[in-house]
Design a protein around this ligand. Structure first.
Ligand code: ARG
Length: 271
């Protein structure tokens, strides 16, 4: 009697282990189906913009990447993230060959004509990167200097606001790292780009002897996830972003990357 009980106990244990393993699998499938349509979204970026997106051993990494993964998971979607370059991010979303863009993209009225944006997820502003011994001390000082920017960014717009739209002194590059290289190799006097990016660059490259200049005349900018116009994803992702704001996930990712707490209330005020 005892023997049989022991044997059947082992059998029941093994059998229930097997069941629970199957259970986990089918649950996660059902979960995906329940929340989203279980589709893997094609997410495009320009991974030349650390700490938001950069390449590490063939993989796209950064704050934006961790953020978009967390939000997509919350919304019930898997994502496949590909670095396609800055202009192609816009082209692919316009032609709908990608589902969403994450690329430290500033929400602005001009882009809103062609694309939909999520609620804001990051506060940014322009700053100026110059060699340590530069006499440039403010945005005003950029007039008459050669300014390198990434093409079709709000950095270019800011430079145009100061130097004039068709100024020959504005040098435009396909990505921000090329703009910085132009300055460090002497082809430009300054770079105008998003504060976090140039601060990170100056900090990580102390041997290049650079400094970052801030100027109150540069406006606040807010990053959003970008979708093709009328994408049904916008609503789902807005909901998921608010979810990760409220459940601590956003703060965790933010603190991992920036070592300070995010001002979530400030972002929410913009909704
Ligand atoms: N925030 C700026 C803009 O939207 C620059 C973004 C550049 N991002 C990038 N991954 N290269 O225009």
């Amino acid at each position: 009697m005892k023997k049989i009980t022991f044997g059947s106990l082992i059998f029941i244990l093994a059998f229930s282990l097997l069941l629970s393993a199957c259970g986990t699998q089918s649950n996660s499938g059902a979960e995906g189906e329940k929340n989203g349509d279980n589709k893997t979204l094609r997410v495009v970026t320009d991974a030349n913009y650390a700490p938001f997106e950069s390449m590490d051993k063939g993989e796209v990494v950064g704050f934006d990447i961790d953020f978009v993964k967390a939000v997509a998971e919350e919304a019930g979607y898997a994502v496949k993230i590909e670095s396609v370059g800055w202009d192609p991010v816009f082209a692919e979303l316009q032609s709908k060959s990608a589902d969403l863009g994450v690329s430290a993209i500033t929400i602005n009225d001009d882009r809103k004509k062609t694309y939909d944006f999520s609620v804001p997820y990051f506060l940014s502003t322009q700053k100026i990167l110059v060699p340590e011994n530069s006499d440039i001390k403010s945005a005003e000082d950029l007039k008459g200097k050669r300014v390198a920017v990434q093409n079709a960014t709000t950095g270019q717009e800011a430079a145009e606001g100061l130097l004039g739209k068709n100024s020959k002194d504005i040098k435009k590059f396909d990505n921000n790292n090329l703009a910085i290289m132009e300055m460090t190799s002497g082809g430009a006097d300054a770079v105008v780009a998003d504060n976090t990016v140039i601060e990170e660059y100056a900090k990580n490259n102390p041997n290049q002897k650079l400094k970052v200049i801030e100027d109150d005349t540069f406006e606040n900018e807010y990053y959003g996830l970008m979708f093709p116009k009328d994408s049904e994803l916008k609503e789902k992702f807005d909901k998921a972003i608010n979810e990760v704001f409220d459940n601590g996930t956003y703060s965790k990712i933010y603190e991992d990357h920036f070592k300070i707490e995010p001002e979530i209330d400030l972002l929410k005020e913009q909704q």
